[in-house]
Design a protein around this ligand. Structure first.
Ligand SMILES: O=C(O)CCC(=O)C(=O)O
Length: 265
């Protein structure tokens, strides 16, 4: 397996809480993934997450993006990417785990044009039933992503603030970076992660990140996979695969809905 991670990548990730790999996948592979996402979104509209999901409550949420989770369960094409050993091994090395499991995958299609809204600056970790922090996302650019169509922006070093209060995604003006600056914290300027289709960024669950509204004429598609390191436990309650009742709060993640994708069992 041709895993791109070097020692200096690991150091960069630990310092900054993100890492970018341009050209991680071939463009032709993204043609397949794009078709799989379009098919999933059009044929399973009932599974698009809306205002009620996980505290992300907002009537405007679908203008931020149309989001669908766990495509891997019934979409073999999407599963090839969600279960990519090279992707998982890259995440595993960056976060320094013995192994990583999948939490869930998700397609995020940011609609084009005037109705599009920004993805507010937020952390992911407050929405995840996990402790300690350390889980991370791999975010695959399925289309070319630019500042204008909603590439991600990461805030260097912000993961070191740890897990903070969740903010309301889709609510105008809600921003974790603004909240922290109002409290007098020194927060770095975010950096834009423009890249062509096939590029992948990895980000720590506590990194502050956002994406602009998509002001172009075409939807912006992304496919992300969240990895749980072996040292992270389940904190109980509701979780994305609906397996929370079959797991033990305070214990390591161990359930067929969250298989190990890289590293030793
Ligand atoms: O794709 C987006 O606009 C936001 C993605 C995001 O917040 C994430 O993957 O954690």
């Amino acid at each position: 397996m041709d895993c791109p991670v070097t020692d200096s990548d690991i150091e960069f990730y630990q310092q900054n809480g993100f890492m970018r790999y341009k050209g991680f996948f071939f463009k032709q592979e993204m043609d397949r993934l794009r078709a799989a996402i379009d098919d999933a979104i059009t044929s399973h509209r009932d599974r698009i997450l809306g205002a009620e999901d996980g505290g992300r409550s907002s009537e405007d949420y679908e203008r931020v993006f149309n989001q669908m989770v766990n495509l891997w369960v019934d979409n073999p094409e999407a599963k090839q990417f969600a279960f990519s050993e090279r992707l998982a091994e890259t995440g595993r090395r960056l976060c320094g785990a013995r192994n990583v499991r999948i939490y869930h995958d998700h397609a995020m299609v940011k609609p084009a044009g005037q109705q599009s809204k920004e993805t507010n600056c937020h952390q992911d970790a407050p929405y995840w039933p996990m402790d300690p922090v350390g889980s991370l996302s791999a975010w695959i650019a399925v289309d070319d992503v630019t500042i204008d169509n909603g590439c991600l922006h990461f805030t260097p070093g912000s993961h070191k603030f740890g897990k903070l209060e969740p903010i309301k995604l889709g609510v105008e003006g809600e921003s974790i970076v603004d909240k922290m600056r109002e409290k007098g914290h020194d927060v770095a300027e975010p950096v834009a992660m423009e890249m062509e289709a096939g590029g992948v960024t990895f980000h720590h669950g506590c990194n502050f990140h956002y994406a602009n509204a998509n002001s172009t004429d075409h939807p912006r598609r992304a496919f992300a996979v969240i990895f749980i390191p072996d040292f992270v436990t389940f904190t109980g309650g509701r979780e994305a695969a609906g397996a929370g009742d079959e797991m033990t709060a305070g214990a390591p993640w161990d359930h067929p809905a969250h298989p190990i994708l890289a590293g030793e069992a």
